[in-house]
Design a binder for this molecule. Structure first.
Ligand code: UDX
Length: 461
């Protein structure tokens, strides 16, 4: 929304939320306090806020005055009831649609921006269509493909923008209206217009394909470790084939983030719902492989440390699900910590952007919601109390104290600064043998092994 405001100075963009604290943070004069860290975002917000970008809790006013309303609420995986652990929970979307129907006084275009299961637009349309004021709503699907950490660049130069709508005269008019907003800075060839269902399903499919590539290369990384092949060399060799392409072939400790797992679970749920069990099983395997990769990494740490990490200090370099973001949703680090905590490890976390409370909240949340763990025996995992977690986990504001007197270091996020740490100094102050488990393959193997570290890298023997 901030980029729309930046690119279209004549369009007024108002972002509304019931959460007063969050809106206050977005309005904070000190741009360092914005609730989301994303490179380039604070500059755009500072430039446009108060001119044509506004943050407010006046939802009613914004619905009344808006011509186009974007629904961008959370659609978490359901924690209870039918579809528990798989289907998307649409209660916030439904509440939004009901509120729009109740407050609107004129015709509107309503755009679903949240990632939603296929045919949600129809549900929104039904709710909006039931208004007693005779108002007309056009519902469009306009999924977001930006990736965190590169969001602004992705929005400035997207590979494509997708807009789905009804193929009626009114629907096509609405599609055109939204197209004309994006066309201010994106060439029309990159704006793809489809029917609503294709647009909704494209988003799930894109994320499933991207995640599948990571699970595919991660599956090969396990074989590399057994055979002596090098997964990065394989990625380079296969990525040179233009039909395969070089992106998204980086083997890792496992993918995280708010989208991949959630969207695939959604896809799996949809396939089961439409009685396509083979298709459901096919895509579910992408998640199972990702769980396997995380388990393998945790097992590798335990095995290397002579089959026990109990009471041992393990430093975690990174907690965010990828670099250049403070987002930790579904981060592999949370799952690795959980597995090591079962064996009573002492975990010391350093992440340049994630604060202490977030780390504790992530581990606490997982204790209560171990919904999708494929790990054998996970159902017997002990549920750690908040006090136990605080005793076993320490969060640091700089890396060297986290590594001081550690038995092992696990690199779980590919932050650039980890490459240039003073590894000699870290080695001097660790227990020997000094183990480093590079879950992102970002460290210089020659340098670290030269210093004396016992280095494990994903997919390298
Ligand atoms: C993803 C999609 O890329 C984006 O199009 C969609 O809109 C939302 O979901 P995001 O979750 O922000 O974006 O990050 P992404 O860069 O896709 O990374 C997801 C996870 O995969 C991260 O944990 C990342 O570290 C991991 N990853 C990515 C790998 O392990 N290897 C790779 O080669 C690429």
């Amino acid at each position: 929304m901030a980029v729309i405001a930046e690119q279209c100075p004549d369009i007024e963009v108002t972002i509304v939320d019931i959460n007063e604290q969050r809106i206050a943070a977005w309005n904070d004069v000190n741009a360092e306090n914005l609730p989301i860290f994303e490179p380039g975002l604070k500059e755009i917000v500072t430039k446009t806020r108060g001119k044509n970008l506004f943050f407010s809790t006046d939802i009613e006013g914004a619905i009344k005055s808006g011509d186009i309303i974007f629904i961008s609420v959370n659609t978490p995986t359901k924690l209870h009831g039918v579809g528990k652990g798989m289907a998307a929970d649409l209660k916030y979307v439904e509440l939004c649609a009901r509120q729009i129907a109740a407050e609107a006084t004129g015709n509107k275009i309503v755009v679903e921006k949240s990632t939603l299961p296929v045919r949600t637009a129809e549900a929104i349309k039904t709710i909006l269509g039931n208004n007693k004021k005779g108002l007309k709503f056009q519902v469009l699907s306009n999924p977001e493909f930006l990736a965190e950490g590169t969001a602004i660049q992705d929005l400035h130069h997207p590979d494509r923008v997708l807009i789905g709508g009804d193929q009626t005269t009114e629907g096509l008019e609405a599609i055109e209206k939204l197209t004309s907003v994006y066309a201010r800075w994106i060439s029309r060839e990159r704006i793809i217009q489809t029917n609503v269902w294709s647009s909704e399903l494209s988003k799930l499919t894109a994320n499933a394909f991207l995640a599948q590539r990571i699970s595919s290369i991660n599956s090969i990384s396990a074989l590399c470790e057994k055979t002596g092949a090098d997964v990065d060399e394989i990625a380079r060799a296969i990525g040179a084939d233009s039909r395969i392409g070089s992106k998204f072939l980086k083997a890792s400790v496992g993918f995280g983030g708010s989208c991949f797992q959630k969207d695939i679970l959604n896809l799996v749920y949809l396939c089961r719902h439409f009685n396509l069990p083979e298709v459901a099983d096919y895509w579910e395997q992408v998640i199972k492989m990702n769980d396997f990769q995380k388990d393998r990494f945790a097992d590798q740490i335990i095995k290397s440390l002579f089959n026990t990490v109990s009471g041992k200090k393990i430093a975690f370099m990174g907690w965010a699900f990828k670099k250049d973001t403070n987002d930790t949703r579904e981060s592999a680090a949370i799952y690795i910590a959980d597995e090591l905590l079962q064996d009573r490890a002492m975990i010391h976390v350093y992440d340049p952007k994630v604060n202490t409370e977030k780390v504790y909240a992530d581990i606490e949340y997982l204790q209560l919601h171990r919904l999708y763990s494929q790990r054998k025996g996970a159902e017997h995992y002990e549920q750690l109390t908040p006090e136990e977690i605080r005793k076993q986990v320490t969060v640091h504001t700089e890396p060297y104290s986290a590594c001081h007197n550690a038995h092992a270091i696990a690199v779980l996020t590919e932050w650039d600064e980890f490459k240039t740490l003073d590894w000699n100094h870290i080695y001097e102050n660790m227990y020997k043998p000094a183990f480093v488990f590079d879950g992102r393959n970002v460290l210089n193997r020659k340098e670290l092994t030269g210093i004396g570290f016992e280095l494990y890298s994903v997919g390298k023997a």
